[in-house]
Write a protein that binds this ligand. Structure first.
Ligand code: CTP
Ligand code: MG
Length: 228
């Protein structure tokens, strides 16, 4: 199919990993013998719809990531998107905006992914990429397995979802949402919450239970954990 637009993917790997702890941020810890962010990068790089990737990294690891990528890309046989390695910011929204700013003007749809979700699959990326070009937004959701409650009462589980990444949006809408949030002092925990502030209701797509975020000690498989 002839596409007259490009899809860009922002892979966020600029956080501090405070909750996981250890001597290096979690996205740089080894998983299957490679820094964790590399798993996401490989998946996005092999999806043909993705024309550009912005890999957003903390300042301390910028040069290390740039030099190690050269070898990895040379070894990739499949589709090779343009990869921008850019420096992240203090908070997640700053890192998202740094990633978006790196894309060329041909990028009209963007997927934003947590580099701390190394189990993302090509199938999930394709589901989000397909849906975002149809609906203008697409977020992967799964049903909670446990009952969820507030301190006061039990919530109706049939109306609840756990939300994952990659989340896809029209680039202009996501950029505007983050600009507005900065002006209004809004802070959310995912990209969809920013776009919702504009009155946009994101399109829900089936997520993947395996696509968990490495957040606290114990989320990493023990045999993969690098000594900290
Ligand atoms: N992230 C980022 N830039 C930041 C903060 C977060 O790129 N300033 C990225 C993280 O690297 C991660 C994703 O956003 O891939 C999701 O954030 P989270 O799981 O909260 O990671 P951290 O902020 O690094 O961890 P913590 O909150 O425990 O410090
Ligand atoms: Mg965080």
């Amino acid at each position: 199919m002839q596409q007259n637009y490009q899809i860009g993917a922002v892979i966020l790997a600029a956080g501090k990993g405070t909750r996981l702890g250890g001597s290096i941020p979690k996205q740089h810890r080894l998983l299957r013998g490679e820094p964790m962010y590399m798993a996401s990068l490989r998946v996005f790089a092999s999806v043909a719809e993705i024309g550009e990737i912005a890999l957003v990294v903390d300042k301390a690891h910028l040069e290390e990531v740039r030099s190690s990528l050269t070898g990895v890309l040379a070894g990739m046989e499949s589709h090779k998107p343009v990869i921008h390695v850019v420096e992240g910011g203090a908070e997640r929204p700053d890192s998202v905006m740094a990633g978006l700013a790196a894309f060329s003007s041909g990028v009209r749809y963007v997927l934003v992914h947590d580099g701390a979700r190394p189990y993302v699959t090509e199938q999930l990326v394709c589901r989000i990429a397909d849906a975002v070009t149809t609906y203008g937004s697409a977020i992967p959701c799964i049903r909670p397995r446990d009952t969820i409650r507030t301190a006061e009462h039990t919530l109706d589980r049939s109306t609840l979802y756990l939300v994952q990444t990659p989340q896809g949006f029209r680039r202009d809408i996501l950029e505007y949402a983050y600009e507005q949030a900065k002006e209004n002092g809004f802070a959310g925990t995912d990209d969809a919450s920013y776009v919702e502030q504009l009155g946009v209701r994101p399109h829900l797509v089936e997520g993947d239970p395996a696509n968990m975020k490495i957040t606290i000690p114990g989320d990493l498989p023990e045999e993969e954990e690098t000594p900290s």
